[in-house]
Ligand binder design. Structure first.
Ligand code: 5AD
Ligand code: SF4
Length: 503
């Protein structure tokens, strides 16, 4: 690890730190190798997070801006980061130019996600030159990679602070260090920490809310960096999750998205009880909140009890995001997904038997090392067979430190692009076929806001997560409406309002 190991100013005395120990206070680098280890240590749950008195006013009169990249887990982490900053007196601002603190909450899942962050960090240099008091921080998944931290140290000296996904609760201390230190402050714990329950959150909007049910991932699919950046699986206690959902219901939220990297492994880490995701959903469905969703599922842990509970419906919506990644058993084996094509199709059959109108969506990677034309054709045939309403599709991106990164990547990029194109064409064809029966049907829409492209039009989603546009009064935002579908497109539906629903 290379860093500027000159003397660092000591916070308390205002003097420079002279020893390596002092320096270590400001410089705790990540290690993917450490992050890979899985121990038996018990995970403790803490309920005593607070902001020290002397830091509660530190942000008074100052503004912050958090820019989030990546998945919903990151979006939700940014809500916690905002909560902490506001508890320190900061107020949010919509642009980086007016901010005193700018944090980039980053995603490491694919190389292009990282390139985007480095590009934006580059742009921040000018801003930092104009305002040397600006604190620029990098957090999220990229900060867990030593390669990234090294690159920032070498080429992005405009960065003041780097902290990891397990260090969010340390933000007040780290921010104060960054304000008073001339050196870059780096604190990234490679080993996951305990669960900290009561961190403040500033949620975006008051219609839909994210709720974490677990952190981390133990699956170690060979292409994926998440088990390294997010640590081992740790489930929140059911009573804490349920209390949070109840509280959100009381506040009037209409939809909850339960979050975890692998929600189907929920509870597997509890040592004192047998309690799984099906059990949790069976309790949450009794809470008076109109819609409950969850993401992301791993097919391997999707058990019969969960299917049975989903079959009770009510506020459990008929949409399951079930990443398949590939339709070839051979490729799935190399990805270490721990299921075969047949097992996946059997799971889909079981789900459809209990919920015949279920909408399935998925994630697919094309061009995994060694993927042959025939194996790719198996992905296409699985897509036809399942009949996904939509999918996120990706070209495989090698992630340093993961097992797939050292497999021979023998699929030419042109072939990968061609495969992605063919897959997306097929998904579009099926997507339209799936939507056509909705023509002239009346669907229940949760109205989320104005359409992105036309403020005269309202946008909302069905229980199955389909985007619906229609003309209606702005007072409908945050409400449910019955909308008759008049025009069906591949990825969107257009309709006219029939009635507003009182909930
Ligand atoms: N390359 C391409 N796609 C990836 N994903 C995860 N890791 C990689 C990678 N190295 C995709 C998977 C996952 C989704 C969140 O991102 O499809 O389900
Ligand atoms: Fe989310 Fe995974 Fe990206 Fe991290 S790497 S932000 S967990 S998608």
């Amino acid at each position: 690890m290379t860093g500027k190991k000159e003397a660092t100013p000591d916070l308390k005395s205002g003097k420079s730190a002279k020893t390596v120990e002092d320096f270590a206070k400001y410089f705790q680098p990540p290690s993917l190798k450490e992050a890979k280890k899985r121990g038996k240590e018990e995970i403790k749950v803490h309920y005593n997070f607070d902001i020290p008195d002397d830091m509660q006013e530190i942000g008074k009169g100052k503004r912050y801006h958090v820019r989030t990249y990546g998945c919903q887990m990151n979006e939700h982490d940014s809500e916690t980061i905002s909560g902490i900053l506001e508890a320190m007196g900061y107020t949010a601002v919509g642009n980086v130019e007016e901010a005193d603190v700018v944090l980039f909450n980053t995603c490491a899942i694919r190389e292009n996600a990282e390139d985007k962050v480095f590009g934006e960090l580059g742009h921040m240099k000018r801003l930092k030159n104009n305002n040397p008091n600006l604190i620029l921080g990098v957090c999220g998944c990229m900060s867990q990679e030593e390669k990234v931290v090294n690159k920032i140290l070498k080429s992005y000296q405009q960065v003041d602070l780097i902290f990891g996904t397990h260090n969010i609760h340390r933000l007040p201390h780290l921010l104060r260090d960054a304000m008073f230190s001339k050196e870059m402050v780096i604190e990234v714990w490679s080993k996951e920490g305990d669960i900290i329950e009561n961190m403040p959150k500033i949620r975006e909007g008051n219609i839909k809310a994210w709720v974490n049910i677990m952190y981390g991932c133990d699956k170690f699919c060979t292409y994926c960096i998440v088990p390294y950046t997010r640590g081992k699986e740790r489930s929140r206690r059911p009573e804490d999750v349920i209390a949070e959902v109840r509280d959100l219901a009381r506040q009037g939220y209409k939809e909850i998205m339960l979050l975890g990297q692998n929600v189907n492994a929920y509870g597997k880490d509890f040592e004192d009880m047998e309690y799984g995701f099906g059990d949790l959903l069976d309790e949450i469905r009794k809470i008076d909140i109109p819609r409950i969703r969850f993401t992301t599922s791993h097919p391997r842990d999707f058990d019969d009890h969960l299917i049975e509970v989903l079959g009770k419906r009510g506020n459990l919506v008929e949409h399951i995001h079930l990443p398949v990644q590939s339709g070839s058993t051979e490729v799935l084996k190399r990805m270490a997904r721990k299921y075969s094509r047949e097992h996946y199709l059997e799971l889909v059959r079981k789900i459809k038997a209990v919920i015949p109108d279920v909408v399935l969506t998925t994630d697919i990677i094309v061009g995994f090392p060694g993927e042959t034309d025939e194996q790719f054709e198996e992905t296409l045939s699985l897509v036809e067979e399942v009949g996904y309403d939509s999918a996120y599709t990706f070209i495989y991106s090698p992630r340093e430190g993961t097992p797939a990164a050292v497999m021979e990547d023998n699929v030419p990029i042109e072939v990968k692009k061609q495969r992605l194109y063919r897959l997306n064409e097929l998904l579009a064809k099926i997507g339209l076929e799936k939507n056509l029966p909705l023509q002239d049907q009346v669907v229940e829409v949760l109205v989320e806001g104005e359409s992105k492209n036309n403020p005269e039009v309202l946008a909302g989603r069905t229980r199955t997560n389909k985007l619906v546009h229609f003309i209606g009064d702005k007072s409908l935002i945050g409400q449910f409406a019955h909308v008759k579908i008049t025009d069906v497109k591949t990825w969107t539906l257009h309709g006219e309002i029939v009635t507003k629903i009182e909930v």
